[in-house]
Design a protein around this ligand. Structure first.
Ligand SMILES: C[S@@+](CC[C@H](N)C(=O)[O-])C[C@H]1O[C@@H](n2cnc3c(N)ncnc32)[C@H](O)[C@@H]1O
Length: 243
């Protein structure tokens, strides 16, 4: 894979990414369908060279997530799903994605091990962490890993307080516009050949030892397991909680 970088932006960070992840740095726009770019906004991904404006860049300081992080006390549903606790929780986010949910957990004072299977998403999120680190001190309570979360969970052998699962679900037609981030994730997973049936990751974690599992699902989806302890419902999604 290639990263298009203009001369003024060539720095040690992009050289390190290039070396560690075998990404070739080029100074002319690549002819391939998808590629990275690196500039003043950090690392971004263009999934379709015919639509260069549809660029995926993760930024924890701006936009919807930046705003949510500033008013984290309004995150009533996620807080209810985590439950009342006097001590900070140790959370395993098995489906890190663009890290929005993990960032909310961290801002509530918890520590998080977040695992993302996609190398492209992992690189975009790692670069967002690098850029936000000095402004968001709680990021130091995060460990981000690029792996399959089912495998790594068994290897880590830590008893987490919570396993958090937010698998990919088909996007309903009426929500396509609202779900531009999810459709970007889906395109990346297609590029990396990582599209899987969401039931697989759910059943894998259901069969593992854990204190409490939170499963985020579309509001109207049917119950899969009957042993739900409680549910927290939002306007479009719900959290099924298994203890
Ligand atoms: C719906 S997104 C998660 C969004 C995330 N909660 C957020 O707030 O940005 C699902 C993500 O889980 C990742 N994923 C699915 N199965 C995985 C697995 N077995 N191991 C690691 N990551 C996985 C996908 O690659 C995708 O990025």
């Amino acid at each position: 894979m290639q990263a298009y970088v203009e001369k003024p932006f060539l720095d040690t960070n992009i050289h390190q990414i290039s070396k560690e992840f075998s990404i070739e740095i080029v100074n002319i726009i690549p002819s391939s369908k998808y590629y990275f770019t690196y500039d003043a906004n950090g690392l971004s991904f263009i999934k379709d060279s015919k639509k260069p404006k549809e660029i995926l860049n993760v930024n924890f300081l701006k936009g919807k997530l930046g705003w949510r992080l500033k008013r984290v006390n309004h995150e009533a549903n996620l807080k209810k799903a985590l439950g009342k606790t006097k001590k900070p929780l140790c959370i395993f986010d098995a489906t890190a994605g663009l890290l929005s949910d993990s960032m909310i957990f961290l801002s509530l004072g918890h520590s998080v091990v977040a695992v993302e299977q996609s190398k492209i998403i992992y690189l975009l999120v790692s670069d967002a962490i690098r850029r936000a680190k000095s402004s968001i001190p709680f990021i130091s309570n995060l460990k981000l890993i690029n792996a399959n979360s089912v495998d790594i969970y068994k290897e880590l052998d830590i008893l987490f307080d919570i396993i958090y699962l937010d698998p990919m679900y088909p996007i309903l037609k009426k929500n396509v516009k609202k779900s531009s981030e999810i459709s970007a994730i889906r395109s990346i997973l297609e590029i990396e050949n990582l599209i899987d049936n969401e039931d697989n990751i759910i059943s894998n974690f259901m069969n593992l030892d854990c204190k409490k599992l939170i499963l985020k699902r579309p509001l109207k989806s049917k119950k899969i397991y009957s042993n739900i302890n409680y549910q927290v419902k939002g306007s479009t999604t719900k959290f099924d909680i298994y203890i």
